[in-house]
Design a protein around this ligand. Structure first.
Ligand SMILES: Nc1ncnc2c1ncn2[C@@H]1O[C@H](COP(=O)(O)OP(=O)(O)O)[C@@H](O)[C@H]1O
Ligand SMILES: Cc1ncc(COP(=O)(O)OP(=O)(O)O)c(N)n1
Length: 262
């Protein structure tokens, strides 16, 4: 059997298994690629929120990355929770030296409002990480933190995309998941524009949506798809996973990463 495409996630651990590294690896398995991980931080997390977070040393992050990339090799990289400016800059440098597309999810806070990135790291995200991204996938809260654009409706998403593209990613997906109505995302590189529209699923169990979308994009890029095709396939996958999200614990349950495997 020939080896499947290899995808590396550089992200934090969610002990509850709904977001972070766990969501990324489940997505990769469901989409038929070989998932690998560089752990940046450990969170004590469940359906009610984040109870604690601990960062890994920069040397540990760098060593994990080199182990994977230098021996096994990668066809795509995805980043999630990076916690501090030092880790953001370290990961940006590693990606700059890697010949593979990078999907950057500029994770700021969890669904419950718990911080996953220090405010002091925002400038490093703007000036170091976004410039090395093939695709950046901010949600509306992350757009507001990174730029001066506040998105209240679909037309604002175009201004948001321009503001994020100004930091240097090749493509941006502005995720409209937190707007009312259909779940609409805007994918653009500044010249091509793709509006990705899916029905909103009235399901409160949506923990891990952002991680899942970004990992799915990376998985599809690793298979050799173009950016628009990869993002469209990823949108279909996350929409199905949200439709089948299920209750776990007393709060917000996870999306169902295995929905497409029956
Ligand atoms: N209730 C929902 N029904 C369908 N799609 C959704 C829903 N909520 C979010 N999405 C979609 O999930 C993906 C992740 O978006 P979002 O939840 O905004 O990200 P994040 O987890 O980073 O806040 C996007 O494609 C968005 O449109
Ligand atoms: C360890 C870790 N990383 C990222 C997130 C945020 O994930 P996301 O997919 O945006 O899901 P929600 O937190 O919004 O449900 C996280 N929670 N933990």
């Amino acid at each position: 059997m020939s080896a499947p495409p290899r995808v590396l996630t550089v992200a934090g651990s969610d002990s509850g298994g709904g977001a972070g590294i766990q969501a990324d690896l489940k997505t990769m398995l469901a989409l038929g690629v070989h998932g690998m991980s560089v752990l940046t931080a450990v969170t004590a997390q469940n359906s009610l929120g984040v109870q604690g977070a601990w960062e890994l040393p920069v040397d540990a992050v760098r060593a994990q990355y080199r182990s994977v990339v230098d021996d096994i090799g990668v066809q795509a990289v995805k980043t999630g929770m990076l916690s501090s400016a030092e880790l953001v800059e370290t990961v940006a440098d590693l990606i700059a030296g890697t010949d593979a597309p990078a999907v950057v999810d500029p994770v700021g806070v969890s669904k419950h409002g718990d911080p996953l990135l220090a405010a002091s790291a925002l400038d490093s995200v703007r000036t170091r990480l976004l410039p090395v991204a093939t695709v950046a996938t901010p949600n509306l809260d992350e757009v507001a933190r990174l730029t001066d654009v506040r998105v209240a409706s679909e037309p604002d998403m175009r201004r948001a995309a321009e503001a994020v593209l100004a930091f240097g990613p090749r493509w941006v997906v502005i995720k409209g998941g937190h707007l009312p109505g259909d779940a609409v995302d805007l994918l653009t590189d500044g010249s091509e524009e793709h509006w990705l529209r899916a029905p909103r699923h009235d399901n409160r169990h949506t923990h891990g949506t952002g991680c899942t979308l970004a990992s799915a994009i990376a998985s599809e890029l690793a298979k050799g798809r173009s950016v628009p095709d990869a993002v469209k396939a990823a949108k279909a996958y996350v929409t199905g996973a949200i439709a089948e999200g299920f209750a776990l614990g007393a709060g917000i349950g996870p999306v169902n990463h295995a929905w497409n495997l029956d």
